[in-house]
Design a protein around this ligand. Structure first.
Ligand SMILES: [Zn+2]
Length: 317
């Protein structure tokens, strides 16, 4: 039995934000291609992501926000029927097309289905190759390429639907997961640990914050070894003391030194190392349960190699 799941769906490719946008459908192809040429794909339990229900999305988001997204999706369908281009600008970086609503429900649905499978013991852990990403999506608005916060929805689902008492979130994207913080700050059932380039988009996370948020702002050009040291000193004792029953990973790979959207110096081996340290905590406290979901990562070649390194550790390959 393959103990690592791989959740994705063709709908996640159909969401696109216009020519030249870095958060592009080809990101998923780069990951898929890499898993194919390395043979790693064969060692994974590949599953189709279901659509998340609106009720489950509302575990982390205001009803008004969910209804607004659905409404824009319907307007876009009408616009296309009338001969329009079918794009709606949500913020300067974030655009919806007619497929975005479904893709967003698939992205969150992947995390929820992975959570179900891991909780049932069918899988030890899982990677969700999904887009749109989620960690900038706030309780009541979309931003920064994100519409619904896949990992925050997953964490609330694990707590509220599966009855877990403590869930950890590890966010290693180069950008601060401001949406996840917005949704889960003060929810003492959750511990979120992250590092992020600062000062940098979205310019949050470095000031005062809730006790359940472990934020490590680091300057541009910080390299992997320095990040590893910080993780060892700051994340690990907090995670160990928290004793999470399950761990979600906001797996952004844009802190890679070849990624032009960030200016940090991580390489594939750093992602492997971080994953193995998270896995140590999961093995000690959480029966190995990890659900990892794709966030950023925009250099397609580096993204493929980094996801490979991440999955190799998850699946013991
Ligand atoms: Zn990012």
């Amino acid at each position: 039995m393959n103990k690592t799941g791989y959740f994705t769906h063709p709908d996640c490719r159909k969401h696109e934000m216009g020519p030249g946008h870095p958060e592009c459908p080809e990101r998923l192809d780069a990951i898929d291609d890499r898993l194919l040429v390395t043979g790693i794909g064969d060692a994974l339990d590949r599953r189709e992501a279901p659509l998340a229900s609106v009720k489950d999305i509302e575990l982390a988001h205001e009803k008004m926000h969910v209804a607004a997204m659905r409404g824009v999706g319907q307007e876009l369908a009408d616009d296309i029927a009338a001969g329009g281009r079918g794009y709606a600008q949500i913020d300067p970086d974030t655009v919806m097309n007619v497929h975005t609503w479904n893709a967003s429900l698939r992205a969150a649905g992947a995390v929820l289905a992975a959570t179900d499978a891991v909780m049932a013991g069918e899988l030890e852990n899982a990677f969700c190759a999904v887009r749109p990403p989620g960690h900038h999506a706030c309780r009541d608005h979309a931003m920064g390429f994100c519409f619904f916060n896949n990992v925050a929805v997953g964490a609330r689902y694990a707590l509220d639907r599966h009855g877990l008492k403590r869930v950890a979130i590890v966010d290693f994207d180069v950008h601060h997961g401001n949406g996840t913080e917005d949704i889960l700050a003060g929810d003492e059932r959750v511990l979120m640990v992250s590092f992020f380039q600062h000062p940098f988009y979205p310019f949050t996370g470095a000031g005062a914050h809730a006790a359940n948020m472990v934020n490590l702002p680091v300057p541009a050009y910080t390299r992997g070894m320095a990040v590893r040291e910080l993780i060892e000193q700051v994340w690990m004792p907090r995670l160990d003391a928290f004793k999470p029953e399950m761990i979600f990973i906001s797996a952004g790979f844009d802190a890679h030194r070849e990624d032009d959207l960030g200016q940090m110096g991580l390489v594939e081996q750093d992602y492997a190392w971080i994953t193995s340290r998270v896995k140590d905590i999961a093995k000690k406290h959480a029966k190995g349960r990890i659900v990892s979901s794709l966030e950023g990562g925009y250099n397609l070649d580096a993204l493929g190699r980094s996801v490979e390194a991440h999955i190799r550790v998850l699946a013991d390959l």
